[in-house]
Design a protein around this ligand. Structure first.
Ligand code: ATP
Ligand code: MG
Length: 396
């Protein structure tokens, strides 16, 4: 018998005039994700996305797993559609949920009637189905206050749907409704989480990674591509721009005072990332910076690194504790890869005593022997654009 998914929309429901645009983006995103799992019909009615397998070949479990990571969905359930009459609803509950019900000590039925033409109201329908179920499962007691299991019945426009408890969805807003931004992605714990958090707010993500071969290895680069791939489970496919940073780092090492190394390097990263961002239609940068975590993440440091760009820099982790960031990294599945011990270019020429209270004047002075423009142009000529999608082979 057929099973379909109902994805309930979150904040989108509140968006007034933009609601249609949000819904259509979400439908488009769900359609695109479902393509990988076979033939599914995806439509929206009454603030709910319906995902319906159209033939026996569809990979329903794979599709379900994918739906759990689509932003814009607050909760989702697998359910069985049936005709809109009490007998058909009862039969569907028995066939579809009977085994689950048998495992519980107590239950209740909760009904929702959005088709007001249905002859019973919600309470009457719950009582009717609940009464029949109590007779059919005498060892499971009815408990409307604290039931161990809840049977849900939804009488909607096209059909009635029965299901067990819904699961929480990925939340947030549909990818794409919040514009597009460029995440500076390192191999660490923080920046993949930052990318995920902005994607959750509906932002389409592109990434830029700076690597310093031979100071950093091919493995370090693969690790970053793999992290991006893990983020695409939520964000959808993305492009990672890999930029060779070796020459810039060597120029800094040879021409600048050591205490400013990291800050000068970060100013290059920001400006180069902004250049690629603008070329690719991104309206903001995203970093995994976190106030006070390291010397280059003090307020003064952020002022001097931010001074080279004129688009917003989103730092979704700025006020979080490391433990909170790690919890998210674990939940989204990036932590294990992030903690693999491959070096990052930031750690290659780390100053022994980095400046924690720099001023812009000091930075400009420290950079005076560099031809910033020429160095940036050379680095931009090395950009390699790598397309990443969740269904690529894992790299590590
Ligand atoms: P992460 O865990 O994300 O590496 P971090 O705590 O190690 O962060 P830093 O190394 O100071 O912090 O970097 C701060 C931010 O700068 C990172 O979150 C990331 O956005 C960006 N960044 C650092 N190194 C790189 C890199 N090699 N390529 C691109 N962006 C980088
Ligand atoms: Mg880092």
């Amino acid at each position: 018998m057929k099973e379909i998914f109902l994805l309930k929309l979150g904040e989108i429901v509140l968006k007034g005039a933009n609601k249609r645009q949000f819904e259509s983006k979400l439908r488009q995103n769900v359609r695109r994700r479902m393509k990988l799992y076979g033939n599914f019909d995806v439509y929206i009615m009454q603030s709910t996305v319906y995902v319906e397998p159209m033939d026996e070949m569809a990979d329903v479990d794979g599709a379900w797993e994918a739906c759990r990571s689509i932003f814009g969905v607050v909760s989702l359930c697998r359910c069985r559609p049936c005709e809109k009459n009490v007998d058909a609803i009862f039969d569907a509950v028995e066939a579809y949920l009977g085994d689950d019900l048998d495992c519980a000590a107590s239950f209740k039925v909760e009904s929702k009637r959005s088709d007001k033409r249905f002859p019973l109201n919600s309470i009457q329908l719950s009582q009717e189905i609940g009464g029949r179920l109590a007779e059919a499962h005498p060892h499971v007691k009815v408990d409307v206050r604290r039931p161990e299991y809840t049977v849900y019945v939804e009488v909607r426009d096209l059909a009635a749907y029965v299901h067990g408890p819904a699961e929480p969805g990925a939340g947030g807003l549909p990818t794409g409704v919040g514009g597009r931004a460029m995440c500076l992605l390192s191999g660490g714990i923080d920046s993949p989480v930052a990318a995920y958090m902005m994607a959750k707010r509906g932002v389409e993500i592109e990434c830029t990674h700076f690597f310093s071969y031979p100071y950093t290895s091919q493995l370090a680069k693969d690790k970053v591509i793999e992290l991006a791939r893990l983020v695409t489970k939520y964000s959808g496919r993305m492009t990672v721009n890999v930029v060779s940073f070796t020459e810039i780092q060597e120029a800094i090492r040879d021409n600048c005072p050591e205490e400013f190394f990291t800050l000068i390097m970060r100013r290059f990263m920001m400006e180069i990332a902004q250049t690629i961002a603008k070329q690719d239609g991104c309206g903001a940068l995203i970093t995994g910076e976190n106030l006070g975590q390291v010397a280059s993440q003090t307020m003064d440091a952020m002022t001097v690194t931010g001074a080279v760009v004129d688009i917003p820099i989103f730092m979704p982790l700025v006020g979080m504790d490391k433990e909170e960031i790690v919890t998210i990294a674990r939940k989204i599945g990036t932590l294990e890869t992030s903690i693999l011990p491959y070096e990052d270019c930031c750690t290659v020429f780390t100053p022994k005593h980095p400046k924690t209270k720099p001023t812009l004047g000091q930075l400009l002075n420290a950079e005076r022997n560099l031809d910033r423009q020429a160095l940036m142009e050379k680095a931009l000529a090395t950009v390699e654009k790598i397309k990443v999608s969740y269904h690529d082979e894992p790299l590590l």
